[in-house]
Design a protein around this ligand. Structure first.
Ligand SMILES: [Zn+2]
Length: 94
């Protein structure tokens, strides 16, 4: 279980975003053009958490009980606490 908080950082010039474990107060520069990255937000879930997946669309699913978003690597919904259905093959996705 990780205790470092991850942040989403954005390069204001290019709009490129990266996720990294950042320390508050540090300045991070884009590897490509040296532009200072601005913090867009903390990556959910907040550390520490049982999920290591960043809170991003491709890592999320809808809970079959409460229709709230949950990370795909969790078995229990973080919102309602109920056990979610196993993830089916992609063909079953609506
Ligand atoms: Zn739920």
């Amino acid at each position: 279980m990780s205790t470092s908080q991850r942040y989403r950082l954005r390069n204001p010039a290019t709009g490129r975003e990266i996720v990294l474990e950042a320390e508050p107060g540090e300045i991070y520069l884009d590897r490509d053009d040296g532009e200072a990255l601005e913090v867009v937000g903390q990556v959910l879930p907040l550390a520490p958490s049982s999920s290591r997946l960043p809170w991003a669309v491709q890592n999320l699913r809808f809970c079959s009980w409460c229709d709230q978003l949950a990370q795909k690597d969790l078995n229990d919904c973080p919102t309602c606490g109920r056990r979610m259905e196993p993830l089916g093959p992609r063909a079953e996705a609506r």
